[in-house]
Design a binder for this molecule. Structure first.
Ligand code: UDX
Length: 440
């Protein structure tokens, strides 16, 4: 194969990206920012056309600016040949959603493998999350091409920052592809994070184990919060005291109404299934999933304790996205919570600063309002579901007057409870005595 043509004399390796979704786009834009020519392919022609016009179409802080700034170096196409001609390293960023059985759907990954010419010296760099073992299978199938596993640890809402300042970059490859792994590691070298060189299956496992562990910490602190409610302790204080132990550390100990998003729920289930498929019963992860499901529903019993039956009650949900700074509704706690509230006969009104368009079809019967204050109008209670910073700026005294009953369940312990109480609210958080202030 002739040398790829894409570096335009910069000396920096051109980068191919397959799949211009959230991971692909962040990867493409960040490599372009680092000075690489980037050739990104997506099968959805409308998306490609929009990207060519510089329209990003997803809410990710800093991404639109990065795409704008690097438009000269970013080449979007629907044609895989264009990418293959221009770049040797192909970052595979297609999605691997769970199937009905809970196993990962690898059809889009398989399609990429099939698109590779038989005798090619391209290197597939797998960013998509695949079950451990997948990479080894693909590597054996590939003729001349190299295979490197390079799992993704970006968080939605801070993805650009995470890419540019990684804690670590995991690069897994078989010994015969160590030169390909060197090339991938070299791309990330300027970013300064530790490069973890390992084999393919271990790299795949690092990704799943990291997400499952973080999810486990959240379910753990949520259970501690639930016990705190029983014994009159404050989980914010407990997490602070625990987090100072260097062996524990402070992150991912924020209690709430459950974790969501495109990764944690999927990856915890994937790891549980993977273990199960090979005959191992991963008990701990069963509990992590179950605690998370129950945590989303606990808000309903908090509300009934204050209001009695919820039939005909008007409940305002503040925030719908699975976390702030994203419009992503995947596995958001608001989905289960609103369905439960509607099931109890409540009327559900909602506001989210960016996710309402995505949420509309997913939340049948839920009425959306243009502002938080409008959502609170005549409500019998409010539930803070997503900790959008702007909810701290709500004029709570005004809101209290507009509500039928100034009751708020702060599902993320995010608001200043003292201020709310001074504004006339009854405020209940997660795992802390009613009447104590916010933890942040
Ligand atoms: C996660 C991983 O962090 C990231 O490394 C991986 O690449 C993708 O999955 P993301 O889903 O974007 O990232 O969000 P994250 O910030 O990790 O939060 C996930 C969920 O956990 C959110 O619903 C969040 O509200 C919840 N969470 C997080 C808690 O409930 N408590 C915490 O202490 C932290």
């Amino acid at each position: 194969m002739p040398e790829p043509t894409g570096n335009r004399g910069t000396g920096k390796a051109p980068v191919g990206v397959i799949g211009a979704g959230w991971v692909g786009l962040v990867t493409a834009a960040c490599f372009a920012e680092l000075g690489h020519e980037v050739y990104a392919r997506d099968v959805v022609s409308e998306k490609v056309e929009a990207l060519k016009r510089g329209e990003v179409g997803i809410h990710e802080p800093g991404l639109a600016e990065l795409v704008q700034r690097n438009r000269d170096r970013l080449h979007f196409t629907t044609r895989i040949e264009e990418v293959l001609d221009a770049a040797r390293l192909l970052f595979v960023c297609v999605d691997t959603p769970p199937t009905y059985s809970g196993d990962a759907d690898l059809s889009r990954v398989r399609a990429v493998v099939e698109d590779l010419p038989a005798a090619s010296d391209h290197v597939l760099v797998m960013k998509s999350t695949v079950p451990p073992g997948t990479g080894e299978t693909i590597r054996r199938e590939l003729g001349g091409s190299g295979y490197v596993s390079c799992p993704e640890f970006l968080k939605e809402g801070t993805a650009v920052e995470d890419f540019m300042h990684p804690d670590r970059v995991v690069v897994g490859a078989a010994p015969e592809h160590s030169a390909s792994a060197d090339a991938v590691a070299a791309l990330y070298e300027p970013l300064g994070g530790e490069i973890v060189r390992t084999d393919i299956s271990s790299a795949e496992m690092i990704k799943l184990a990291s997400n499952a562990y973080l999810a486990t910490r959240i379910s753990f602190i949520n259970e501690i919060a639930n016990v705190c409610e029983e014994v009159g302790a404050d989980v914010g204080e407990v997490a602070r005291g625990m987090g100072l132990d260097q062996r524990i550390g402070p992150s991912f100990l924020r209690p709430g109404i459950g974790f969501g998003g495109s990764c944690f729920p999927k990856d915890v289930s994937a790891l549980k299934l993977l273990a199960g498929n090979s005959g191992y019963h991963f008990q701990l992860l069963n509990s992590v999933i179950e605690v998370n499901e129950l945590q989303k529903r606990r808000v309903v019993s908090k509300l009934t304790r204050h209001l009695g039956s919820l039939v005909g009650r008007r409940i305002a949900l503040l925030g719908l996205a699975f976390k702030p700074e994203t419009d992503d509704m995947r596995e958001a706690s608001s989905l289960v919570l609103s369905a439960r509230l509607r099931g109890e006969g409540a009327e559900v009104i909602a506001f989210d600063p960016v996710a309402m368009e995505n949420a509309r079809d997913l939340l049948p019967g839920v009425e959306m309002r243009d502002t938080a204050l409008e959502a609170l109008e005549n409500a019998d209670a409010a539930v803070l579901v997503t900790e959008w910073p702007e909810f701290r700026e709500i004029e709570w005294a005004r809101a209290a007057k507009r509500m039928n009953r100034p009751l708020i369940i702060d599902g993320r312990n995010f608001l200043d409870a003292e201020l709310l109480e001074a504004s006339g609210f009854v405020c209940e958080g997660i795992g802390r005595p009613t009447g104590s202030s916010g933890t942040e």
